[in-house]
Design a protein around this ligand. Sequence first.
Ligand code: GLU
Length: 494
Amino acid sequence: MRQNSFFKNPFKSKDSLLLLVVIVIFCVPILASYNPATQLDVIKRQGELRIITRLSPTTYFVSNGEHDGFEYELAKLYANYLGVKLKISTASDIQEIYEALRLNNAHIATAGLTQTAERQQRFDFSPPYHTGQTQLVYLKKKKNKAPKTYQDLKGGSLMVMSNSSHSELLRSLDPGIESWQESSELEVLDLMEAVHDGKLDYTLVDSSDFAANSFFFPRLGIAFSFANPQPIAWMLKKRSDGSLKRSLDKFFSIPHTKNEIKRLQNKYFQSGQRLNLVDNLTFRKHLRERLPALKDWFQEAAQQTGIDWQMLAAIGYQESHWNPKAVSPTGVRGIMMLTRDTAKEVGVKKRTDPQQSIMGGARYFSQQKSRLPKRIQEPDRTWLALATYNVGRGHLEDARILTQRAGMNPDRWDDVAKHLPLLSQARWYKTVKHGYARGREPVTYVRNIRRYIKQLKLETRIQAVQAAQAIQQAESEAASEAPTQAPETLPETL
Ligand code: GLU
């Protein structure tokens, strides 16, 4: 067989030598600049960031078809920063999160996860965006003394989520606790509910979760907090190229990200002013028993007036506790407690008809809002209009004049609220046009309504999470009955 002269002795042939020189000249710079695509390059090229999260009121949920939750909003911000789409999947337990990262089905776990010592050996973390504590939660009731340390728990049942930071904490205690259990079926909300219903003595919860969810479980208390701080961060697979981690470090250091985190913490974690225990229990009873019959009308009135339905429902609750037959000694009546004159003005014939009352109240409130000077911005505009609903326009105007005289801002609710109570003192009300008014009332009125709105929004959030959890559970039950299929895994380089 004839052999190619190049392979016999390449350097004997002049042409071959020339060819080799050409190849070297072209290839060396190419090889020198060869840089395999980083994980971040691939994410950008594919235009998709895949995250895995947990369904909970503080992480991710879908409410009225809209994605919501602290982790969702923050992840969306990061996806926008990268200029890619966000793809979300939810895990029903923490093990599933570990698996999703291991199999590259998700790039990042954005799930309220604590940066623990054990996890740090297996995963990388973004900079922490929140640092809290782990708290021991118990049921506040007579004869149920709060334990002072974990050594007082002897005999009581204690359960935490399996693979959670809490189970790691319990395993690390020395001396340890004799018996405690982990569950891969129960989420934070379920564990809190089990303690609240007396089915479980204790659970451990992140302080941020307790603050956000305790409205729903008003009888729960914190017995004590464990001292070690718990940084919460995004978790990702350890990789040699480190590109995603570097990008996260940068993203979390940007002032805009820091400001957004503050805003989101206020939105999702701040417990704020809450109803006291009795008011909370009554409110939740009425939520179950009275609101369902009225909700459609609040929503209809919201559509017609452009006012949020939860705002209208909160006004209705403050006015009548959603009792259509409510009557006050001054003769106001119905869900929205309209006077006879106001009812006439807004076209209400029968004040005790809940539908008419809600529609009339919504119209009246909307009128009050539109009559305020245009320059007044939200949310002050809403609070001032609410005060008018309660005390009337004339008295509110008087309080705004007193506010201005004191050198404060009559367009800001907080400033006006300081001057409304003066309307019951002669030395002040004698100096204004409409005279005496029980000025403290509108201040309490607005404060209560703000609390009810907050409670309604929390309630909606928790209902959305529970609905999503039920779907997730049904899907996983259906999947476990279906013939098994190999999970779709993506190449290691992604
Ligand atoms: N921070 C917990 C963890 O990292 C999960 C959230 C919770 O239990 O409240 O496992």
